[in-house]
Design a protein around this ligand. Structure first.
Ligand code: P6P
Length: 331
């Protein structure tokens, strides 16, 4: 039976109550979530002062994606890795910013979890003060705790995700967590430095009438998709378009208000632009926990097993009927 938490519950109490229901809990999961919250607070503080702290602009370095790295990307990547390496709860950390997985240093215990993250997605929006976010997914390791993580631990199927979440740094800082079959949103009160439950038990309706896609690429879409989206624009079903161009912001709006987000294959990104392991898997886990669906156009996202850490995927994600309609249009 899922627990119901009243608004105002602190994240700390939520973590404590969640841990209690796991008889085999060693406290590692609780510690992991608390460290994620700490890193999120550090990043939120820095994001909100980016312009002032001279953090805007590019470092001139390239990350593994071949994109210029904004300074905040580096700060966020380091903040989450520093927070998660020393408590001995992770065996490895996989990040969009690092070509290889970061194994927990030998001086720390190699814990039970594999942490996958995009530490600061949408960073091209930093300079224009648009909403950005952190996305993370959590797997349990396959190999023996206390030993270094291996490739078997790193490339697991989406069905092995045990928890996932994101932090959206916008008009406020909100952390959304999918744990134990429920999605809960917590808003940060920066004055007291605590997250408070603001969105209890988030659930999606079967169908919504908002779609999010970058229409500039319509020329490159599968013609079947183009016909489907043209149909949505006929006005018959009262659809509206919303596209911020920052995945976490677009996803969060659709999770709260309903909507389907689409990033189809394009000429520039024939396999889709978004990353499977630390963008699509976490958001797919969250959306399914909230009663929605996530597909690559033909296959359920969580049924996919990545062949490499930075694998890309097409992504259609949101209310179930909307994703069903996209898959039917593409068939
Ligand atoms: P486009 C931001 O750069 C990002 O990785 C996601 O946050 C966002 O959903 C997508 O790219 C936007 O891509 O091609 O529409 O600019």
């Amino acid at each position: 039976m899922q627990r119901q938490f009243e608004e105002g519950t602190t994240l700390d109490r939520f973590i404590f109550e969640t841990t209690k229901v796991h008889a085999d809990a060693t406290g590692q999961f609780a510690t992991l979530l608390q460290q994620v919250a700490l890193a999120s607070r550090l990043v939120a503080a820095r994001v909100n002062r980016a312009g002032l702290a001279g953090m805007l602009g590019e470092t001139g370095e390239m990350n593994v994606q071949g994109e210029f790295v904004q300074k905040l990307d580096i700060y966020a990547n380091d903040a989450f890795k520093r927070a998660l390496e020393h408590p001995g709860v992770c065996a490895a950390i996989l990040s969009e910013e690092d070509e290889e997985a970061t194994l927990t240093p030998d001086r720390f215990h190699s814990g039970r979890y594999i942490f996958c993250m995009d530490p600061l997605d949408g960073s091209s929006n930093i300079d224009v003060n648009a909403t950005i976010g952190t996305i993370f997914g959590i797997f349990r390791r396959r190999t023996e705790e206390g030993t270094p993580a291996t490739a078997d631990d790193i490339l697991q199927s989406g069905n092995e995700v045990v928890a996932a979440g994101y932090v959206v740094y916008g008009s406020g800082t909100v952390m959304v967590l999918a744990v134990d079959g429920q999605v809960n949103g917590f808003t940060l009160d920066p004055v007291v430095g605590e997250f408070f439950l603001s969105h209890p038990d988030i659930k999606l309706e079967p169908k919504a009438n908002t779609y999010s896609v970058n229409e500039a690429y319509a020329y490159a879409w599968n013609p079947k998709l183009r016909r489907y989206i043209d149909h949505l624009k006929q006005g018959g079903e009262g659809y509206r378009a919303r596209y911020i161009g920052s995945l976490v912001a677009d996803f969060h709006r659709n999770l709260i208000k309903g909507g389907v987000f689409m990033y189809p294959p394009t000429e520039t990104n024939p396999d889709g632009k978004l990353r499977l392991l630390y963008e699509a898997f976490p958001l797919a886990f969250i959306v399914e926990t909230a009663g929605g669906r996530a597909s690559n156009g033909s296959t359920r996202i969580l049924d996919v097993t990545p062949t490499e850490m930075h694998a890309r995927t097409a992504l259609y994600i949101g209310n179930t009927v909307n994703v069903d309609e996209v898959e039917a249009a593409l068939r």
